[in-house]
Design a protein around this ligand. Structure first.
Ligand SMILES: C[S@@+](CC[C@H](N)C(=O)[O-])C[C@H]1O[C@@H](n2cnc3c(N)ncnc32)[C@H](O)[C@@H]1O
Ligand code: SF4
Length: 441
């Protein structure tokens, strides 16, 4: 156990020293594979704007694809030069375990655009032999026709935005595709990609729990090894927010929403796709390696308009945030070699908060040893005991992982808030946050 934790009043068995036995099989799967850094590439355009969506997506393209490729490559170069996450034995190039093309609608990209970005990334990074390369796709017929070429370009995992298996619901969600097109896209994705996932939104306008149960069974029948199932969230600044404020959306209250959530986890678990994160379900071993990097607080290089990243610089963890507007982003890349709005060295307390925020979403929970190793922070044992007593969290048998219970997942934000208040910082970790000057002429 880290000595400083004992000094801070943490119960002796609260943090196990590293090198202990694995807890359950799923963790065995995660370890080793998922500690490698990840690269996220943001594609900011869509055919139309869905009324519920607040992602950084724009309908009007303001520059051409060749300029986009050049700018992405320049940002990768800039980050490599800025980061010191160099892995031993890899010719001093950082080793990547995953790449994710997210959006927006990256399936609108030409396959040669994807190919050129991957070729450039391969020059600047070392790729793990089994690197996971995911691309988000919308299931319209036009995009599905491009799947074979995207696979040839190197994409080996497709994340398909099916959203619903109900034509009326797809209309209300403002989607440009129908169920038949989605089914066709699933068949093609199955043919061309080694791995596939789909996104479905539930607890939708007017949806009954029993209708969702039936739909979920059909979704599971069609699924590959992975499903992302999101409860509809009303986001600020969206058309849905206006409709919701005017009382024109019939959405479940908190109790019914909790029933949707737990039923979803139960049905997926019974079907062999247990939840490994709040909204993500997978056949063990088929989890998204890329997303696990975020949730386990690994290193992620984020490029493209609005992308976020977490890097190491001189041994310190740094947050990067790119400009959201595609036009302003590319102008700055052309001028400065990067489109970042900010780069900030995070203080230990900020990192600890982020570790809790991300890690408590996982079924495996937060690795307390890692929390300590990265930040020097521990959790106050009294506060943790109170949450255990309330049956909202529990410790793994070897006490290394702290995880939410089923009841805890229903009130996860509150649990995380309490844990954040229970963070105790040890001496020697008083570094303050620092904004890095990235301005240019
Ligand atoms: C970047 S978007 C998806 C990519 C792709 N453009 C698409 O729409 O299929 C990622 C996923 O977030 C989910 N999502 C977006 N906004 C949401 C909201 N307000 N509530 C719940 N899920 C949402 C959708 O399932 C969507 O597929
Ligand atoms: S297609 Fe996807 S990213 Fe684009 S607006 Fe719709 S949900 Fe958002």
């Amino acid at each position: 156990m880290p000595e400083n934790c004992e000094a801070s009043g943490l119960r002796g068995d609260m943090i196990m020293n590293g090198g202990g036995k694995q807890l359950v099989n799923i963790e065995e799967e995660y370890n080793n594979k998922d500690s490698l850094p990840a690269l996220y590439v943001h594609w900011p355009w869509c055919i139309s704007k869905c009324p519920y969506c607040d992602f950084n997506s724009h309908v009007r393209r303001v520059f051409d694809e060749a300029d986009y490729v050049r700018a992405i490559c320049r940002e990768i170069d800039y980050l490599i030069e800025t980061s010191d996450e160099l892995v031993e034995g890899s010719n001093d190039r950082p080793r990547l375990g995953s790449i994710f093309f997210g959006g927006g609608t990256p399936s609108l990209m030409r396959a040669d655009t994807v190919e050129r970005i991957l070729a450039h990334a391969a020059c600047r990074f070392d790729f793990a032999d089994d690197i996971e390369i995911t691309l988000e796709a919308n299931p319209s017929s036009v995009e599905a026709r491009g799947f074979a070429d995207l696979a040839k370009a190197g994409v080996n995992r497709l994340s398909l935005g099916v959203q619903a298996l109900d034509d009326e619901a797809l209309k209300v969600l403002g989607r440009a595709h129908g169920v038949e097109e989605a089914l066709q896209a699933i068949r093609l994705a199955d043919r061309y990609f080694g791995r596939m996932s789909f996104d479905v939104i539930y607890a939708r306008h007017g949806q009954k729990l029993r209708d969702w149960q039936q739909e979920l069974h059909r979704v599971i029948d069609l699924a590959g090894g992975h499903l992302s199932l999101y409860q509809l969230t009303i986001e600020e600044g969206t058309k849905y927010k206006n409709l919701y404020d005017r009382g024109e959306l019939d959405l479940p209250d908190n109790d019914r929403a909790a029933r949707f959530f737990h039923t979803t986890r139960e049905i997926c678990g019974q079907a062999g796709l247990p939840a490994y994160e709040v909204s993500n379900h997978a056949v063990p071993g088929q989890e998204s390696r890329h997303n696990l990097v975020y949730w386990r607080y690994g290193i992620c290089y984020g490029v493209g308009p609005g992308a976020h990243g977490r890097l190491l610089k001189a041994g310190r963890r740094m947050a990067t945030m790119a400009i959201r507007s595609p036009k302003r982003w590319i102008d700055q890349v052309n001028r400065c070699g990067h489109g970042f709005e900010s780069m900030e060295v995070l203080e230990p307390q900020q990192q600890a908060d982020e570790i809790l925020l991300m890690g408590m979403r996982l079924s495996e929970g937060v690795d307390l040893q890692r929390l300590y190793d990265l930040t020097g922070c521990c959790l106050d044992s009294g506060a943790v005991d109170a949450l255990i007593e309330a049956e909202l969290v529990l410790l793994s048998p070897d006490k290394r992982f702290l995880r939410a219970t089923d009841a805890g997942f229903s009130v996860l934000n509150g649990v995380i808030e309490n844990l954040s208040l229970a963070l105790q910082r040890n001496q020697g970790t008083s570094e303050s946050s620092r904004v890095i000057d990235i301005s240019c002429q």
